[in-house]
Structure formats: structure tokens, C-alpha cells
Design a protein around this ligand. Structure first.
Ligand SMILES: [Zn+2]
Length: 376
């Protein structure tokens, strides 16, 4: 039911807006793991938005963003896109839980449904392959196009149905075709077909069991569309057919690993040559070399310190700042570091004898030698 008419019983102002009670309603209040409905209540030329729906005792309260005159007849309209999405997610969750129960005997012990997520917790471990099997079985129930029954059967005491807790009083039974039978107060699609397709999009070990994120109906299609775009984007970027993207990514990552290793080796050799050719002036050796990483300037400065009392390495970075390392047996390196920062900006620190940090701007070797000369 997407639209209905009713009579206003009361409308009072409270903290959450206007609290409206109707003599009957199709708005679903929050409960059973399913979020509340949104929608509109209208009369004549006027209308108000329904922002929240709650059940208090036997009364359903609609919270609205405006006042409605008491005793008038209104027309209620459910935000159907939102509600139908919840119906698809909820019915799909029933089918998924029923299939897990029948194939593996695990219970649904937690359910969280929102505009973004449909998450179900089961009390047993499930492998990726087992989850694919469950998905296949669920979609077979979708294609079987079986009716979804909701009601209060007289033989409820003899029925075996899923329920998270012991129930008293009238028990509403939901049969999702032959996939599942469960006690539930939520809203569901009319057939198993309307809830499909059903896709498990993620799973993780959780409290000794398995937490599975599913997507049903339109949500499943939207999810698959987005993932398909992702796959084709990767395929274009790597210039390989979409079927081969996993192998292509693996081999690119291997390649990157080998290149990183070769680059680190080449840099080590280059730094050894630089160090061999270094000409210390009064025991101080200063080198400015582009684009070195923090660990690289540290080992380069240590190498230079083998042939001088004080080694200073500054590496200008692409953003205009610099990385700096000072190794010295004669100077207080922290004080010298701060002295250089007074001119070049930035900060750093370290153990006695070694200073490492950043500078806001870079400088050439002559400038740095002059800064050190002015240090006392
Ligand atoms: Zn349900």
C-alpha cells in the first residue's frame, strides 16, 4: 500500500516536531531491524513531511514537520522508493538466512538494515565458496517466483520457524516462498522474484561466526553496475581484457616490487660514488641531492660522516620543501639543526650526534656552508 486515507486523532507539538496519531496508517514504524518509513501527509492544498514513525504501546506516532488540524481526513503517501528498497533487502535477508539455516544449520543472530547497508551475522563459519553456493540457491528461489506469505496461521504452535527470541501472543509468520519461514513484523515483497537478484558483496569472520553484507533487488544491480565500471576502468588503464585484470594487476605489482628493489640498489651505488667524490672543507661535508627519501638521506649522511667530522645532507622535495640530516662528532647536532631551521624554516630532532628533520625551503651547498660558518 503506497497511499491511504485516514482521520487525524490527535496532533501535539513535542521535541521532535509534531506528533500525529491517525485512526489507521500504512506508515511502518521502526522495528524488527527495519527502518521507519518516510513520506507525506496531505489534506486540501496543504501537506507536511513525515520524518519519523515510532510505535509507543499500541499507538503509532508520526513525527511531522508541521501541524495538522485535528479531526480532518488526510491522505498519506509512503516514500515508495525508500520503502520498496527496504522490502527487497528485508525479503532477501529472509531468503539468505533460510538458505544458510537449511544448508549449514547456522542461525541469523544479528541483522542491521539501513539506506546504505544490509548486514547479517551468522553463528558459524562460512567460506567464500560456501557463500557463493548460498547465493546461487537464493537466486534459484528468486527465479522460482514463489509467493511471500505474511499472516497469523492457526497452527503456529506446530510450525518450525526462525525467531531470535521466545514470542508471546499473536505471532506473525512470514514465509518467503519455500526458502524461509520466520516470525517477523517487517514489510516484505509479494513474491520471491521481486526481491532479486540477491548478491553477497562482502564477508568477514565475526565473533566465531560470519558477518555477511548482502545487496538485494535494485541495490544489487546498482552495486554490480559500479563494480563493473571499476573493472572496465582498470582494464582500460592496464590495456588488458577485463577477464585478465587480476593476473595483470598481480604482475604489475611484482614489477613495481622489482623496480623498487633495483632503484634502491642503484641509489645506494650512486650515493657511494657521491661520497667518494666528496671534498670536505674544514671537516664539514655538505651535499644537496634531489628527491631522496628520509631513510636514504640518513644512510647517505652516515656514509659522508666516515670522511668528515660533520656531514649535512639536504634533499629538495618536489613541493619546494627539503629533508635534512646532520651527522657530527664535533657539533651539538640538535643546536645546529635549529640554527639551520632559523634560516630555512622547518623542524626536526634526534639522538646526540644525529639530527633529522624537514626544512620549509631548500638551499644550495654554499648557502648551507655559510649558515654553518655562522654557527657557534
Ligand atoms: Zn521480515
Amino acid at each position: 500500500m503506497q497511499q491511504f486515507t485516514a482521520k487525524v486523532v490527535s496532533c501535539t507539538e513535542d521535541k521532535k516536531g509534531w506528533a500525529v496519531v491517525l485512526d489507521r496508517t500504512a506508515f511502518y514504524p521502526e522495528g524488527g531491524g527495519q527502518p521507519r518509513d518516510h513520506g507525506i501527509i496531505s489534506w486540501g492544498e496543504s501537506s507536511v513531511k513525515v520524518t519519523d514513525v515510532r510505535e509507543k504501546g499500541d499507538v503509532i506516532i508520526h513525527y511531522t514537520d508541521g501541524e495538522i488540524p485535528a479531526d480532518i481526513n488526510i491522505s498519506g503517501t509512503i516514500d515508495w522508493d525508500r520503502r520498496f528498497d527496504f522490502m527487497q533487502q528485508h525479503t532477501g535477508e529472509h531468503m539468505f538466512s533460510g538458505v544458510v539455516m537449511s544448508l549449514f544449520g547456522y542461525s541469523n543472530v544479528g541483522f542491521h538494515l539501513s539506506e546504505r547497508e544490509n548486514v547479517v551475522d551468522f553463528d558459524g563459519p562460512l567460506t567464500k565458496e560456501e557463500i557463493k553456493m548460498i547465493m546461487d540457491r537464493c537466486n534459484e528461489f528468486v527465479w522460482a517466483n514463489q509467493p511471500v506469505y505474511t499472516g497469523f496461521p492457526e497452527n503456529v504452535k506446530e510450525l518450525e520457524y526462525r525467531s531470535k527470541k521466545e514470542l508471546q501472543g499473536d505471532i506473525r509468520i512470514v514465509r518467503a516462498g519455500t526458502a524461509d519461514i520466520c516470525a517477523c513484523c517487517g514489510t516484505h515483497t509479494a513474491t520471491t522474484a521481486q526481491a532479486g537478484p540477491i548478491v553477497a558483496i562482502n564477508s568477514q569472520a565475526y565473533k566465531g561466526g560470519t558477518r555477511i553484507t548482502i545487496a538485494c533487488g535494485k541495490r544489487a544491480v546498482e552495486y554490480l553496475k559500479t563494480r563493473n565500471d571499476d573493472c572496465y576502468n582498470i582494464s582500460h588503464q592496464l590495456s588488458v581484457p577485463v577477464e585478465n585484470i587480476t593476473t595483470a594487476v598481480t604482475s604489475r605489482l611484482d614489477e613495481i616490487g622489482q623496480l623498487k628493489f633495483a632503484l634502491a640498489n642503484a641509489k645506494r651505488q650512486l650515493m657511494a660514488v657521491w661520497a667518494d667524490n666528496a671534498q670536505p672543507v674544514d671537516g664539514v661535508c655538505v651535499m644537496v641531492k634531489d628527491d631522496l627519501q628520509s631513510n636514504e638521506i640518513r644512510s647517505f649522511a652516515a656514509l659522508l660522516a666516515q670522511k668528515s667530522d660533520t656531514a649535512v645532507v639536504l634533499s629538495p622535495q618536489p613541493n619546494g620543501s627539503g629533508k635534512i640530516c646532520i651527522v657530527s662528532t664535533v657539533y651539538d647536532t640538535n643546536r645546529l639543526g635549529r640554527h639551520i631551521s632559523a634560516t630555512l624554516g622547518g623542524k626536526g630532532g634526534g639522538k646526540p650526534g644525529t639530527y633529522q628533520g624537514n626544512t620549509d625551503k631548500s638551499a644550495d651547498e654554499e648557502t648551507i656552508i655559510n649558515i654553518i660558518k655562522s654557527f657557534s
